[in-house]
Design a protein around this ligand. Structure first.
Ligand code: ZN
Length: 293
């Protein structure tokens, strides 16, 4: 058996080939911080790119072909690498209990189109792979990005084996829950943010795998998505609650980065550092995947 202490995090230089938005550039400084040993116990691994065939499990052939044809080769390599990282993190979490990928820009992507900086919906891809390849019965997708995950809802919302929990503070890309498996709350005040996170985690009770879209754009200094009163401390507590839930329920779990954007008070290094609490909290917990089977 592989060591339970391994905490694989996927990242490769191809992730940052496209320099357009923080969605792709911030993983560079974050990887550098991790390579310098900021969070002990992490293994940084370069993933294999996703394949066209794998992408067709969630996106239409027409969309993928158009994307490859029309976008810059650097952007394509970047999103293929970072989506490969999501797949590899998903596979790794069933071995090590926890894993992550420094990927962003996933939850708004729809079957036939990109949206809001998101090209490939790696969350939906990972959820379906957890079921088809790893035999998960119920997969949870927790999304704490400031914006709603309308792409994920479109792609896997009607899948009876997928449970969605979406905590947002901006109505962009909102969706309408139509099943007991669906939880969406658009928070209106920072005062009840953590209570909503707790309710979202309660909603996920009973899933046997968790895919976590750990967005940091609710942070008050983010120009896109930020909400006054959602401080670094609030977000650190959110990550503690999520990781503690994973530990208490012994649910194999993986995270990706999701949103987090700069502003007058936040440079790219600052955006990268915003994501550290997620990694620190996952580094703290131990999950034995076998115990769920
Ligand atoms: Zn967002």
């Amino acid at each position: 058996m592989t060591s339970q202490n391994n905490f694989p995090i996927y990242w490769g230089p191809d992730y940052v080939l496209d320099s357009g938005v923080e969605t792709r550039t911030k993983s560079g400084p974050l990887a550098k911080i991790l390579m310098m040993g900021e969070v002990p116990g992490i293994e940084l691994i370069s993933p294999l790119p996703i394949t066209r065939e794998e992408l067709l499990t969630i996106h239409s052939e027409h969309y993928i072909d158009r994307l490859v044809k029309e976008q810059k080769p650097e952007l394509i390599r970047s999103i293929f690498a970072s989506t490969g990282g999501v797949r590899d993190a998903l596979d790794a979490m069933f071995v090590h209990g926890r894993a992550g990928s420094l990927s962003s820009g996933l939850h708004h992507a729809k079957r036939d189109n990109d949206e809001g900086y998101c090209f490939i919906n790696g969350l939906a891809l990972a959820a379906l792979r957890a079921i088809s390849k790893h035999g998960a019965n119920r997969v949870g997708v927790l999304d704490t990005d400031a914006h709603c995950g309308g792409g994920t809802f479109q792609l896997v919302g009607d899948n009876e084996q997928v449970v969605l929990a979406d905590v947002s503070c901006d109505s962009f890309d909102n969706w309408r829950p139509n099943s007991g498996r669906h939880f969406l709350t658009i928070v209106e005040s920072a005062d009840n943010y953590l209570d909503v996170v707790k309710r979202a985690l309660k909603h996920l009770d009973g899933v046997d795998a968790l895919i976590y879209n750990a967005g940091m754009d609710p942070f008050e200094d983010c120009t896109i998505g930020g909400m006054r009163g959602i401080t670094r401390e609030v977000l650190a507590e959110r990550e503690r609650l999520v990781a503690q839930w994973c530990k208490d329920t012994q649910t194999p779990s993986m995270f990706v980065l999701a949103g987090g954007y700069g502003g007058p008070n936040l440079d790219l290094d600052g955006v990268a550092r915003l994501h550290l609490p997620t990694i620190r909290e996952f580094a703290r917990i131990r999950i034995t995947p076998e115990s769920k089977n």
